[in-house]
Design a protein around this ligand. Structure first.
Ligand code: SF4
Length: 525
C-alpha cells in the first residue's frame, strides 16, 4: 500500500491510497473516504509516453544550448506538487525569463497582502468552530467539497452573481451584479460603524433592506468565518476590491492578532523552508505574455491556449516561436509544440502535496513505474549535467524540507489603505457582464468542456439558439442555454470552455499582475 495525493489545482488536496493498481480515497478527516469525479477522469486520461525519451532529451538540451537565445519558462498548475517547481532551478541558471504573477488569484493575494502582509489561511478547526460562514464569490460546495462537508450544518450567507448550490442553502443570498463587491464591502463597513446606508446603493446591488439588515445581524451576533473565492478579484481593481472586503472582516475582529477566520487561496508551503524557490532576474507576466518575443518557450503543465486570456492573440504568438512542452497529456497547447517531453504522472514520482485550502501535507510515494516519461526532478538533473552546472540538491533534500515547520502562522497588524472608488461596469441596455465560474465537470482546461453560454430567461433567447457573442477583443459563435440562477445582465461561460478566452482581455490587474477575465462587456447578436 502506498500513499499519494490528488495533484489537481483544487482546495481539497485529497489523500489517495494506492494498492494493487487501484486508487482509493484515504480516510483522513479532509478526504474522508471520497474522491470526486474529476479524479476519476484524471486516472482515465491517456498519458503521453516517448519510447525514444533519451533522444528527445538530447534534442531539448541541444536546443537550449544554442547561443544568444531569449528563453521563456512558463509553468502552469496542471500538477500542484511542490516538485513541479524544480525545473526553475535550471532555468534560473541559464538566465531565462520567468512568467510571473498569475491568471487566476494573484490580484486577490495582492489585496490581502495590502492589509495583512501574508495570504495565509487559519486552521480548519477555526472554520469548524464558527457559527456563521460568509461565502463571498466562492462556489463552496463544489470547489472545496471536502472542506464544505466538515461545516455543512453551519448558517451560511452567500454573496455571488450566480445562485450557486451554497446560495440555495444559505440563510441570506445577496445576488449582486458582477463587480458589485467593492460597493457592498463599503456598505457593510458603514453598517458595522453604525452609519446610515443609502437605499439607492442597495438597489444598485440588487439587495433589499431586509436582506442587508439580516446579513448585519448574522455577522454581528455570531462567531463568523469567511470563505473568499476568486470571483471578486477578476477585475483590473481586483486587489483593492479584496482589500475592502478584508476591511469588513477586520471590523468583525477576524484579524485579531492572527487570521482567525478568513480563507482565500493560502500558501500551503509557508510554514517550511522551501529550498526550491528561486530569484529570477528577468520576468514577464502570465496574463499579457507574447510568446514570440522569445526564441524558445518552455511550457510545463499548462494549457494557455485555453486557460489564458485573449487566446487568439496568444495562439498567433505561439505559432512564431520554438515550443518545448512538458506535460502528462496532449492538450490544445501541445499542438504547437516542436518538442514534447512526457512528464511522469503523480503516481509515478515522489512529491509533496500541500494545499491552499487547509494545512495537511502529503508525502507522495512512487506507486507505478514508467520508463517512457520523466519527472521534473530527473529532467532538471539531466539538464544540470548536460550544461555542467552544479548546485542541484538531491531529490530527497528538496522533499525533506517540507517535513519540518519553521514558521508559525504570521501575526497580523491590519493596515487600512484608502482606495479609489471601483464603479460597476457601465452597461448599456444591450450589453452583458461576463461570468467565468468553474464547472463541476472540469478543472481549468482539463476534462469535459461545457459548450454553452448561459443567459437569464428574461433576455428572451431560446435554448440551443446559436448566437454571436462579442467583446472588444473578439467574437465567438456559441449556443445558449437559459439559466435563471445567473444575474440577469450576465452571460456565464464556464472556465475551460474552449472559446471563452477569445473574448477576454489580456490587460493585467493594477496590483498583483493578475488576469482581468471579467472586466469586459459583451454584446449578443
Ligand atoms: S476534490 Fe479536488 S483534490 Fe479531491 S479528488 Fe477531487 S480534484 Fe482532487
Amino acid at each position: 500500500m502506498k500513499l499519494t495525493a490528488c495533484p489537481m489545482d483544487c482546495f481539497d488536496a485529497c489523500k489517495v491510497v494506492y494498492k494493487d493498481g487501484t486508487c482509493k480515497p484515504s480516510d483522513d478527516y479532509i478526504t474522508n473516504k471520497k474522491l470526486c469525479k474529476n479524479f476519476a477522469y484524471l486516472i482515465q486520461e491517456k498519458n503521453i509516453i516517448d519510447k525514444n525519451l533519451n533522444e528527445t532529451l538530447k534534442k531539448v538540451a541541444n536546443k537550449l544550448k544554442e547561443p544568444n537565445q531569449k528563453i521563456l519558462y512558463y509553468k502552469g498548475t496542471g500538477n500542484m506538487g511542490v516538485m513541479q517547481k524544480v525545473p526553475m532551478k535550471f532555468f534560473e541558471k541559464i538566465g531565462a525569463t520567468f512568467a510571473v504573477g498569475d491568471i487566476c488569484c494573484a490580484g486577490g493575494e495582492a489585496g490581502i497582502e495590502m492589509g495583512r502582509k501574508y495570504s495565509i489561511n487559519p486552521n480548519i478547526e477555526d472554520l469548524q468552530a464558527s457559527e456563521v460562514i460568509l461565502v463571498w464569490g466562492r462556489n463552496f460546495t463544489q470547489t472545496s467539497a471536502h472542506i464544505y462537508k466538515l461545516v455543512k450544518d453551519k448558517i451560511f450567507i452567500t454573496i455571488d452573481p450566480v445562485k450557486t448550490p451554497i446560495a440555495k442553502k444559505s440563510e441570506v443570498f445577496l445576488q449582486i451584479p458582477p463587480k458589485g463587491d467593492y460597493l457592498l464591502a463599503k456598505l457593510l463597513q458603514k453598517a458595522l460603524d453604525n452609519e446610515d446606508i443609502d437605499i439607492d446603493d442597495l438597489n444598485k446591488l440588487n439587495i433589499t433592506q431586509e436582506q442587508f439588515n439580516k446579513t448585519i445581524e448574522l455577522l454581528t451576533k455570531n462567531k463568523v468565518s469567511a470563505m473568499i473565492g476568486i470571483g471578486a478579484q477578476k477585475y483590473k481593481e481586483g486587489a483593492i476590491i479584496i482589500h475592502e472586503m478584508d476591511k469588513v472582516f477586520n471590523k468583525l475582529n477576524l484579524f485579531d492578532g492572527k487570521n482567525r477566520g478568513v480563507w482565500y487561496l493560502g500558501s500551503g508551503t509557508y510554514p517550511f523552508e522551501n529550498k526550491i524557490s528561486v530569484k529570477p532576474t528577468k520576468t514577464c507576466t502570465y496574463a499579457d505574455i507574447k510568446f514570440d518575443d522569445y526564441d524558445v518557450v518552455f511550457i510545463q503543465a499548462a494549457n494557455p491556449v485555453i486557460s489564458a486570456p485573449n487566446t487568439q492573440y496568444l495562439i498567433e504568438s505561439l505559432k512564431n516561436t520554438f515550443v518545448i512542452f512538458m506535460g502528462t497529456t496532449a492538450n490544445e497547447t501541445s499542438k504547437y509544440a516542436d518538442i514534447i517531453i512526457p512528464a511522469k504522472t503523480f503516481l509515478q514520482k515522489k512529491d509533496v502535496r500541500a494545499s491552499y485550502g487547509h494545512d495537511e501535507v502529503t508525502f507522495c510515494e512512487v506507486c507505478e513505474e514508467n520508463d517512457y516519461a520523466i519527472s521534473e526532478y530527473d529532467l532538471t538533473s539531466y539538464l544540470f549535467k548536460e550544461f555542467g552546472f552544479d548546485g542541484l540538491l538531491s531529490e530527497d533534500e528538496y522533499l525533506d524540507c517540507f517535513k519540518t515547520k519553521i514558521n508559525d502562522k504570521p501575526d497580523i497588524n491590519f493596515i487600512n489603505h484608502d482606495t479609489k472608488n471601483v464603479e460597476l461596469l457601465d452597461l448599456k441596455d444591450d450589453e452583458f457582464y461576463l461570468i467565468t465560474s468553474k464547472n463541476t465537470d472540469n478543472l481549468n482546461s482539463q476534462f469535459k468542456y461545457d459548450d454553452y453560454a448561459y443567459v437569464h430567461p428574461s433576455k428572451g433567447f431560446a435554448d440551443n439558439q446559436l448566437v454571436t457573442i462579442s467583446s472588444k477583443i473578439d467574437s465567438i459563435q456559441i449556443k445558449v442555454k437559459n439559466d435563471e440562477r445567473i444575474y440577469s445582465n450576465s452571460i456565464l461561460i464556464y472556465a475551460g470552455n474552449k472559446q471563452v478566452n477569445r473574448l477576454t482581455s489580456n490587460e493585467i490587474s493594477d496590483c498583483g499582475t493578475n488576469a482581468t477575465f471579467q472586466d469586459i462587456k459583451l454584446t449578443v447578436g
